[in-house]
Design a protein around this ligand. Structure first.
Ligand code: ATP
Ligand code: MG
Length: 467
């Protein structure tokens, strides 16, 4: 092994948290390294860190797949001077989480190997004194991040949710590269390249499958993974299984299964076809604008604000705003401010959960009281004269958006997060034919489905036929 200029063995034994593959002392390049007392990796994580080859890791949620990839990446960099690792994640945030985890591990175990000065770590890059580096990027709409992959290792996090476009752009490079592929993900239905790799017909990958129940139950109790933590995690899983989630959804999210009957609602080609709008340079005041809002639920980070311009029977997406960790009062202010700019015809909000506070306030405001509508309390006419009505359901909102997209009547902003949000939506048929719609990044689509309901409003006193 090449000698590195980075010093080792600088860490004292402390009680700080972190990760520890081999407690005690370890030999790198002839030097003994004192290890920090840290989280012990599970056996399957150990096996992954030690495996030298292409890896496909398919798991249930929260088992520690991003963590193990980060540890493996850090160890690889230490052992392979000058090598480059490229990480592709779905979003900027997720790319940064990977870098934070790698840096955390390096700081606890190899602090002096981390380059300083102009090469010091940034939010998406770490360079070591041995010139090994890791670069994490969110996948763009076009898959540029991996198109010309020339690194030594390519990590794809949440690989099942990557767009088809990314894979087709990347495939030539992936098939010819001498580099290593480390893919990890929770499944997302039986489709896409990650699923193909999972089938592993060419035997290229070492496939690991981990289910959350087993993993969390078997994880050895220690200072960090305490009995209390394990009980809490198992209770959470049991609540999800016995009420929180459908059987299929639980199977995908926690047992890590590829399931035929969980389908993607908006397929990749349809999303691509509709994403052809740009934010307008100026606001045409003669047009009608509608706002759809999704207020972050308790514990969720993001609220979304989607603005659509209506042109007779067609809609154009003109703005998508996502705010994180905002107070309800800020959300309210934001709506009033947006309304002053766009002068909405209608503002649609879900008044279930936290949205109710925002709705109540805007209902009292002179500026918005005639515009604000609680979409979940609206009724959908069943007959043309509106004498019979039925409560509006989530599936009505989603199928309205789907039909608009299929008919080419809505143009959406060409934006990576909007695409990810649309792709994340899945559905399943439950007993009795009821449709269950869900996803792990639906905030933007929730706002969009609400705004798109404006197509049901009568415009210029003309009857707009119901789809
Ligand atoms: N061996 C371990 N022992 C104890 N805790 C661990 C272990 N591995 C990971 N964790 C912790 O479990 C949590 C989830 O880890 P991580 O984010 O890597 O999981 P994930 O499978 O990528 O989750 P997600 O499905 O949300 O992407 C983190 O708090 C992490 O520190
Ligand atoms: Mg993860």
């Amino acid at each position: 092994m090449e000698e590195s200029s980075g010093a080792v063995g600088e860490n004292d034994r402390t009680e700080r948290t972190g990760f520890n593959r081999e407690p005690g002392r370890k030999n790198y390049g002839g030097k003994q390294i004192a290890r920090v007392k840290q989280i012990a990796l599970d056996d399957w994580q150990e096996e992954i860190v030690n495996y030298d080859g292409h890896i496909l890791l398919c798991t249930g949620r929260q088992v520690g797949k991003t963590t193990v990839m980060a540890v493996k990446a850090a160890e690889y960099m230490i052992k392979n001077p000058g090598h480059q690792i490229i990480v592709v994640s779905l979003t900027e945030d997720q790319a940064q989480i990977m870098i934070i985890k790698v840096l955390d591990y390096l700081e606890k175990n190899f602090r002096l190997w981390i380059a300083k000065g102009k090469n010091k770590p940034t939010k998406n890059k770490i360079v070591l004194t041995n010139k090994a580096s890791i670069l994490a990027r969110p996948v763009g709409n076009t898959g540029d991040a991996v198109r010309g992959f020339t690194g030594n290792v390519l990590i794809v996090d949440e690989a099942s949710r990557m767009p088809d476009d990314m894979w087709s752009a990347a495939k030539p490079a992936l098939l010819t590269t001498g580099g290593k592929l480390w893919f990890c993900s929770t499944p997302h239905g039986k489709q896409g390249y990650f699923y193909e790799c999972w089938l592993n017909k060419s035997g290229r990958f070492k496939v690991f499958h981990i289910n959350s129940e087993e993993c969390l139950e078997k994880r050895p109790i220690g200072d960090i993974w305490t009995e209390e933590k394990r009980n809490e995690a198992l209770r959470f899983l049991s609540d999800e299984k016995n009420g929180g989630m459908s059987k299929l959804r639980y199977g995908q999210e926690y047992l890590g299964l590829f399931l035929d009957d969980l389908r993607q609602m908006f397929d990749d080609a349809l999303i691509k076809k509709c994403m052809n709008a740009q934010r307008p340079g100026m606001i045409d005041k003669t047009k009608d604008y509608y706002l759809g809002i999704d207020v972050a639920r308790m514990g969720d980070d993001e609220s979304t604000f989607e603005i659509l311009r209506r042109e007779d029977k067609n809609l154009i997406h003109v703005e998508n705003i996502v705010t994180t960790k905002t107070l309800l009062s800020d959300t309210t202010k934001m709506i009033l401010q947006l309304d002053r700019v766009w002068n909405f015809k209608k503002i649609y909000i879900d008044d279930g959960g936290l949205g109710v506070g925002v709705f109540d306030y805007l209902l009292k405001e002179e500026q918005t009281k005639r515009k604000i509508e609680a979409i979940n309390n609206r009724a959908r006419p069943l007959v043309r004269d509106e004498t019979r009505k039925k409560k509006l359901l989530k599936e009505d909102l989603y199928s309205n958006l789907l039909v608009l997209m299929e008919q080419g009547r809505i143009r959406l902003l060409d934006d990576e997060n909007i695409r990810l949000s649309l792709k994340s939506v899945q559905y399943e048929y439950q007993d009795g034919g009821k449709i269950e719609i869900f996803g792990n990044y639906t905030h933007i689509v929730e706002g969009l489905t609400r705004a798109a309901w404006c197509i049901k409003e009568k415009s210029l006193n003309l009857w707009i036929s119901y789809i």
